[in-house]
Design a protein around this ligand. Structure first.
Ligand SMILES: Nc1ncnc2c1ncn2[C@@H]1O[C@H](COP(=O)(O)OP(=O)(O)O[C@H]2O[C@H](CO)[C@@H](O)[C@H](O)[C@H]2O)[C@@H](O)[C@H]1O
Length: 472
């Protein structure tokens, strides 16, 4: 099958979070199973662009309201990622270093989507499916059906995958002129609650909607930032498919970012060697359990409860644990987490920023990973942690619920709790400290158990292929 993935992120070209990981891996595994998967994304000015060779595939032009723009589609020459990678360049809009966070993100991603459909409309043949990811590509199913210039694409099946329904790309109706000439009788197919809502539009117009875990699919019907009724109405075309993890990147036996490789057999020795490195680097005590947090410091991840949880753990458990945080996000949380380094030298440290290499060392050297997320569609961190024998300490929600079984349950290997609160998280940290200090044999068993779980992409890929096939 020929599958076109359209996304704002794709690792290692540009990644801001889990979306990048998924779009960097899923097409590669689809290709390895005999399909012809391609990715098209914006041409940001990232390292990957300058380190690889490109050929021009197409040049076109279009309008964003009254603004005329030229675009160029370039293709990576040597199939470095294991699939065809296309980048779309639009000067003045996409030629930036970061993926998101600019005042004109609406204009940037709308122009990107227009360029994608324009490019597809010039193809001599039709792909089997156009697979859009998140709201940045959410207007594409509408454009393919209802924009006069592009509705020859209307019979190509579209699938949208929701990685995160918190962000929906809302636009005021004044921006409706950005969308190329469209059938104004269909305005309802763009709208939700008075705005143009690209995510809602994707759910309405795509032939099939998927999200990244079964539990999150259920949750969307009662907690999806305003779209609950829509998910209830459209539930017939929605399906949950759990993400996999990319074993080429996330395997403690081969990980290019760590020096001390290990596998199930030598997990204790391997992890300890990495833990010692980490503790040396961050002034921590490797004889005590090491709890880490990696991720965006935002409300959705409940990063705001970390400072108080760390203070309460330091007070209640009298320095029996170490903490190391890596992340960036809301400034007041960044500030609080930085300040704590002065309060607890030797037991706590924080790196504010984004650091791919350090994240690998942390997954491999830590004992416990904290994920108190308020919302977690799938969560990759806990799956990476499990692959590296690090016990996930997670709130029972979304994909966390689907991938982690509490150690109190039959053959469980994780720690789960119910509320994103300082009390629940502190209690879970205590369960971790107790396990580490008083039951190391069971901890070792849990590490081996979680490392032998198969979270590979192969299974998920087959489910996506089944979805595409059902649309033929
Ligand atoms: N400061 C930092 N330095 C280095 N690495 C960092 C980092 N902050 C985050 N990361 C990395 O970014 C990724 C985060 O992935 P997640 O899936 O946990 O969350 P995210 O909310 O971005 O993804 C959304 O999409 C994914 C994919 O579908 C869903 O799993 C998830 O639930 C949903 O919220 C991991 O690879 C993590 O290691």
């Amino acid at each position: 099958m020929e599958i076109i993935h359209v996304s704002a992120e794709c690792y290692p070209v540009a990644k801001a979070g889990g979306l990048g990981d998924v779009v960097g891996a899923l097409p590669k595994y689809q290709v390895s199973m005999g399909h012809n998967a391609k990715v098209v994304m914006p041409m940001y000015r990232t390292k990957f662009l300058y380190q690889n060779e490109w050929v021009v595939d197409f040049k076109g032009h279009s309008n964003l309201g009254e603004r005329w723009f030229d675009f160029t589609v370039i293709k990576e020459k040597h199939n470095e990622l294991g699939f065809d990678l296309y980048l779309i360049d639009i000067n003045g809009l996409l030629d930036r270093e970061k993926v998101y966070g600019y005042d004109d993100d609406t204009e940037r991603f709308t122009a990107f989507q227009i360029a994608v459909v324009n490019w597809l409309s010039h193809w001599q043949h039709k792909p089997d499916v156009v697979h859009c990811h998140d709201h940045h590509t959410g207007l594409i199913p509408f454009m393919m059906k209802y924009c006069y210039d592009y509705n020859k694409l209307a019979d190509i099946p579209t699938v949208v995958t929701i990685h995160n329904a918190q962000y929906q790309g809302w636009m005021g109706w004044d921006k409706s002129i950005y969308i190329p000439r469209w059938d104004s009788w269909k305005r309802g197919m763009l709208e939700w609650a008075g705005s143009i809502n690209p995510l809602a539009s994707a759910v309405k117009n795509a032939w099939k909607v998927t999200t990244v875990s079964w539990s999150y699919m259920e949750e969307l019907r009662y907690n999806s930032n305003g779209l609950e009724a829509l998910f209830e109405y459209e539930k017939g075309k929605c399906i949950g498919i759990l993400n996999g993890i990319d074993a080429d990147v996330w395997d403690p036996a081969t990980d290019k970012y760590i020096d001390n490789h290990f596998s199930v057999e030598d997990v204790e020795e391997g992890k300890l060697a990495n833990k010692k490195l980490l503790c040396e680097q961050f002034g921590l005590d490797s004889s005590k359990p090491l709890f880490i947090f990696i991720g965006r410091l935002v409300g959705e991840k409940a990063a705001d409860i970390l400072p108080d949880t760390i203070m309460s753990s330091m007070y209640n458990f009298q320095g029996q644990a170490n903490f190391l945080i890596l992340g960036s996000g809301e400034p007041h949380v960044e500030w609080q987490l930085s300040q704590l380094t002065h309060a607890y030298p030797g037991a706590y440290n924080a790196v504010i920023g984004y650091n791919e290499k350090l994240s690998h060392l942390m997954y491999s050297g830590a004992d416990f990973l904290l994920m108190p997320s308020r919302v977690e569609p799938c969560g990759l961190n806990q799956m990476y942690a499990m692959q590296y024998g690090t016990v996930p300490v997670v709130r029972s929600t979304g994909g966390l619920k689907d991938t982690v079984v509490d150690m109190g349950d039959f053959q469980g290997w994780g720690i789960r709790f119910n509320h994103a609160s300082v009390g629940d998280l502190t209690h879970s940290i205590w369960r971790g400290i107790d396990l580490y200090n008083n039951n190391p044999t069971h901890l070792e068993w849990m590490r081996k158990r979680m490392m032998s779980i198969d979270n590979s992409w192969e299974n998920a890929v087959q489910q996506y292929i089944n979805v595409y096939s059902s649309l033929k």
